[in-house]
Design a protein around this ligand. Sequence first.
Ligand SMILES: [Cu+2]
Length: 166
Amino acid sequence: MSGWNWVAKGRTAAMGAAVGLSLALGACAEEAAAPVEVEGVYPGIEVTNARLVLPPVSGNPAAVYFDVAYNGERGISITGAEVEGAESASVHAMMEYNFEMTMAEAGPIAVRGGESQSFEPGGFHIMVNGLDESIAPGSTAKVTLKIVGGKTHKFDAEVRAAGEER
Ligand SMILES: [Cu+2]
């Protein structure tokens, strides 16, 4: 009889543990459902088709092109950029000056909610100076966009040789 009692007590304890476990799991599931802030990722920004095109002559500036979409409310403004392994990077625009196409540093580039903006040859691009030689075709460059308000959005860009498709 005492043996049976022991089993019953053991079962009760196990059931208690099972209830505790399911409560803990429930709490976990709730946390996962809440929006998770990932460091360096700006909620609502989506960057696609990102590539860093190396210069034909080593030591000249490289350029980063990509498409950026914003799915949030209102809008964002891109104020600058950084590339890992580069001395400097800045947002440029191609523009006509004295009847010639030239490039210059661009002011904040706005992307409204639900819209997108292409950074492409002949238009906006990120100009990259002093890029480390380790960033070779086939590798990945780590790019950070600076968003107005002190936030950032990081993404990877495929590194392409000068002669490859831009
Ligand atoms: Cu440029």
